[in-house]
Design a protein around this ligand. Structure first.
Ligand SMILES: *[C@@H]1O[C@H](CO)[C@@H](O)[C@H](O)[C@H]1NC(C)=O
Ligand SMILES: *[C@@H]1O[C@H](CO)[C@@H](O)[C@H](O)[C@H]1NC(C)=O
Ligand SMILES: *[C@@H]1O[C@H](CO)[C@@H](O)[C@H](O)[C@H]1NC(C)=O
Length: 359
């Protein structure tokens, strides 16, 4: 072959490679899983009757999140959002199912527009599947696990008493203002805190909606020492045993989804802050000890393949401020999938059916 011809050929090859890598922004992306917290909601009616429906802001936030996902993964999905390549799985509550539907709408908007013309104005919703609360052990984690409940009850008692003691000045104002004297009773069980938690949730909601607050309500919103939830939810994962009992099923869900032969490209879990927060604590990537994940925040994990065929994980956290690439302590850069499984083996390899019954 003449040198000239060879050069031309090589150049074609280099243009071809160049063009190919431009075609897809994610040449090595194989599959993505996204855990997202539902949108802004109303406060719960009470502890046994959690209604907490999405507000209009919350609806818009979830629709916008669908559009965000479309922007980030549209190319990867070849702009086809069918249930062959995408799944949306929700916990069995109104706010998460509605969030899932709105994400699906934002994600598939262009497809929906097209089918409107094709099918004569039929709205084509994206299917959102859900798991009944009694057997949900990884989205809402509402399945009952007696062993875990026992461990948790033991730690809650101390946490609640410490919390009230630390904030005694506040609670001596709160009790007469609300009539809930029981909160000052040191021997009453930890349920005594429920009224305060419910009250604080309402106060925060009222503050966001611009309603006036009385003095004890205002302090419950602005005083960082009165942040109850982050420390309370953290009790769920403060030992390896609790992590395994509480989050083992989620760890297995995520790893098995990536290990499956016929995996979907995009898997969305419409979930709650508690599971996202405890999961991020366990991974070692949660930043703010006074907060839990805000409405519509999302934790994504992407499975990538290197040129030599090894797979690694990329973790992303998205909130109102931006999208952040996370580093799992101890997993390295890149965080190889095999290393991740090895590192969290004590959590992943549990058997909840057996361990939950050990009392
Ligand atoms: C405090 O709570 C305990 C346990 O519920 C109860 O027996 C006791 O009477 C309460 N004390 C006061 C002063 O209300
Ligand atoms: C919140 O607002 C509602 C309705 O305005 C009111 O009934 C409730 O007492 C308020 N709660 C708090 C804690 O401020
Ligand atoms: C969003 O998350 C980043 C990373 O954890 C954090 O630094 C930032 O403060 C968060 N933004 C808000 C508004 O909380």
């Amino acid at each position: 072959m003449q040198l000239f011809q060879l050069l031309v050929l090589m150049c074609f090859a280099c243009i071809f490679i160049q063009a190919n890598s431009d075609i897809s922004k994610f040449p090595s992306l194989i599959s993505v899983q996204v855990i997202v917290r539902h949108g802004d909601r109303e406060p719960d009616e009470d502890f046994r009757n959690p209604l907490g429906e999405l507000t209009n802001n919350g609806k818009k936030r979830m629709y916008d999140f669908g559009i965000f996902l479309r922007g980030k993964y549209g190319k990867f999905l070849n702009y086809i959002t069918s249930s062959k390549s995408v799944s949306i799985l929700s916990s069995d509550t109104g706010r998460t199912i509605e969030s899932g539907l709105l994400i699906g709408l934002g994600l598939s908007e262009v497809t929906v527009q097209k089918s409107k013309f094709d099918e004569g104005n039929l709205y084509v919703p994206f299917p959102v599947r859900t798991i009944p609360a009694e057997i949900d052990d990884f989205i809402k984690t509402s399945r009952i696990c007696p062993r875990f409940q026992k461990l948790l009850d033991e730690s809650i008692e101390n946490y609640v008493n410490d919390f009230v003691e630390r904030n005694r000045r506040y609670f001596t104002k709160f009790a007469p203002a609300t009539g809930h004297w029981i909160i000052l009773n040191k021997t009453a069980n930890s349920d005594k805190i429920n009224f305060f938690v419910f009250y604080q949730e309402q106060a925060i909601y009222n503050a966001t909606m611009g309603s006036p607050l009385d003095e004890v309500a205002l302090e419950a919103v602005v005083n960082p020492d009165l942040a109850f939830k982050p420390g309370y939810d953290a009790l769920r994962v403060d030992s390896v045993e609790k992590q395994r009992l509480y989050l083992g099923p989620l760890f297995r869900q995520l790893t098995n989804t990536f290990l499956a032969e016929d995996k979907k490209k995009l898997n969305i879990y419409s979930a709650h802050d508690r599971v996202m927060y405890t999961f991020m604590l366990t991974l070692g990537v949660w930043q703010d000890p006074k907060e839990t994940p805000p409405y519509g925040s999302a934790l994504s994990v992407e499975l990538h393949e290197t040129f030599s065929g090894e797979t690694y994980l990329e973790w992303w956290y998205k909130n109102d401020t931006g999208s952040y690439l996370l580093e799992i302590p101890g997993c390295g850069k890149p965080c190889f999938f095999s290393q991740f499984i090895y590192q969290f083996d004590q959590i992943i390899s549990g058997d909840n059916d057996i361990e939950c019954q050990l009392l």
